[in-house]
Write a protein that binds this ligand. Structure first.
Ligand SMILES: *Cc1c(COP(=O)(O)O)cnc(C)c1O
Length: 449
């Protein structure tokens, strides 16, 4: 199989010091090595083993607050609904709930998780292009803040479920603004050709239809144009401007709009990308939607949680191949799939203090899974990493653990939350027994000899 793994880049990779300088929760200590907040990561790796996800509570709080403050400073009335698909750890959700964040969920399972973490139903948005009748009924029974509807067909389904259950469904229309977010094709959602949202030209008529349906309360418009958006504010502005035009047209027809959901998608610098700031995003919202004077909502995922997490891994061995040095880790694409799926770049730092100043040479960093795409990095400048050496993948707090699988019968990795100088295992490593536990072999196949 051809390997889609990390493409070569034009600029040199940032060095260890540059990676650390942009990540205030990570520091390199002369004795403790790589430290997250006040906890040496070596300590966690030794106690819990690897691979292990580690999240910084302080970073989650700080980034949520930065976004909230940027929206407030722009003069907006805004609420933040964390997209739990990027990180659904109950501990992470509890940290954000305590900060006042709501949730954006895309399945019944995520709704259960958000509620289990204590997030009030009236701070939860239910998004997604294919909600089942059961999920719609569940959302209405919970009393979620709103369902973001993505098609005329779904609106009829919601109306039917509302009628059956005798509830009123608060519904926002997710509009497809047909703008190019200029992100990776697999995470672009705001083009007319994408499966997401209601065609812009159909939205006004559909919103009018919403208000005519018993059992539905139209609450507003939503837009989400993609993820990992780093190319300035142009795409956001274009999308919000179209939403503003639509909102004005609806208001002039006397249709109610309680709030405008601005989606998520704000990108982060994984390598050397110049990612837009929360202030720039807030400014774009203010300039386009602000004049309407309607409360706005945001559904950020990656921007809050991505930088807050690392994935710890151990070196199994260094293989001196014909053309390359391969650093073979005990973490693999089943744990962190982003490089295989999106050609994405993750910083890789050694945990040991001496490794920071050792000479570096190019290495192919790979996992043990039987796929060539199980490649985390190519030609990465890394020191000699003998078996047992520990490394951390940076910015693994979003779309990391939640995208894991057990491919190659590899148990799900452990999860840890660091909070200042405290840390705790928030999900123990899955056992091999648990991997087999819910399988059933039919009687007629007999028992193993
Ligand atoms: C995934 C998703 C988000 C979050 O996207 P990020 O890029 O992680 O900020 C927000 N809203 C919707 C509807 C989504 O599907």
């Amino acid at each position: 199989m051809a390997s889609p793994a990390p493409a070569t880049r034009d600029t040199p990779d940032p060095d260890f010091a540059e990676l650390l300088a942009r990540r205030p929760h990570l520091t390199a200590h002369a004795f403790d090595g790589l430290v997250m907040d006040d906890v040496p990561l070596v300590q966690i790796a030794r106690a819990v083993g690897t691979p292990t996800w580690v999240y910084s509570a302080g970073t989650l709080r700080r980034r949520h607050a930065m976004l909230r403050d940027a929206l407030r400073d722009a003069g907006l009335t805004a609420s933040i609904h964390f997209a739990t698909k990027c990180n659904d750890s109950l501990a992470v959700l509890r940290v954000l709930n305590a900060e006042g964040a709501g949730a954006d969920v895309v399945s019944g399972g995520e709704l259960i998780g958000a509620r289990a973490a204590g997030i009030p139903a009236d701070r939860i948005v239910f998004s997604g292009v294919g909600k089942t009748r059961a999920e719609i009924a569940q959302a209405l029974a919970e009393g979620v803040l709103q369902l973001n509807a993505e098609s005329a067909e779904e609106i009829e389904m919601i109306a039917a479920v509302a009628a059956e259950t005798g509830r009123i469904a608060p519904v926002a229309l997710r509009v497809n603004p047909d703008v190019d977010a200029r992100t990776h094709a697999k995470i672009s959602t705001g083009l007319a050709e994408n499966k997401f949202g209601i065609a812009y030209n159909d939205a006004a008529a559909l919103y009018a239809r919403l208000s005519s349906l018993p059992g539905i309360r139209p609450v507003g418009l939503a837009v989400h144009i993609g993820s990992q958006i780093t190319e300035g504010m142009a795409a956001y502005r274009a999308a919000y401007a179209r939403v503003a035009d639509l909102a004005r047209a609806l208001l002039s027809r006397g249709l109610p709009i309680e709030r405008l959901d601005c989606g998520g998608g704000l990108g982060i610098p994984y390598r050397d990308e110049i990612a837009p700031s929360p202030a720039a995003l807030a400014g774009a919202i203010k300039a386009t939607l602000g004049p309407l004077n309607i409360p706005v909502m945001m559904e950020p995922g990656r921007w809050i949680a991505g930088p807050a997490g690392v994935l710890l891994a151990s070196v199994i061995l260094q293989k001196r191949g014909a053309a390359h040095r391969f650093v073979v880790l005990d973490a693999a694409m089943n744990d962190l799939i982003r490089p295989a799926m999106y050609e994405s770049w993750h910083g890789i730092l050694p945990l040991a203090p001496d490794a920071f100043h050792a000479p570096r040479a190019p290495a192919e960093v790979v996992g043990p899974v039987c796929e060539s795409s199980d490649t985390f990095a190519r030609g990465r400048g890394l020191p000699d990493l003998p078996p047992g050496s520990l490394v951390a993948f940076l910015d693994a707090g979003a779309y990391g653990s939640t995208m894991s699988s057990t491919y190659n019968a590899r148990p799900l990795a452990a999860e840890v939350l660091v909070d200042g100088a405290r840390w705790a295992v928030t999900r123990p490593r899955q056992s091999h027994e648990a991997l087999l536990a819910n399988q059933v072999v039919p009687d007629w196949l007999g028992s193993p000899a």
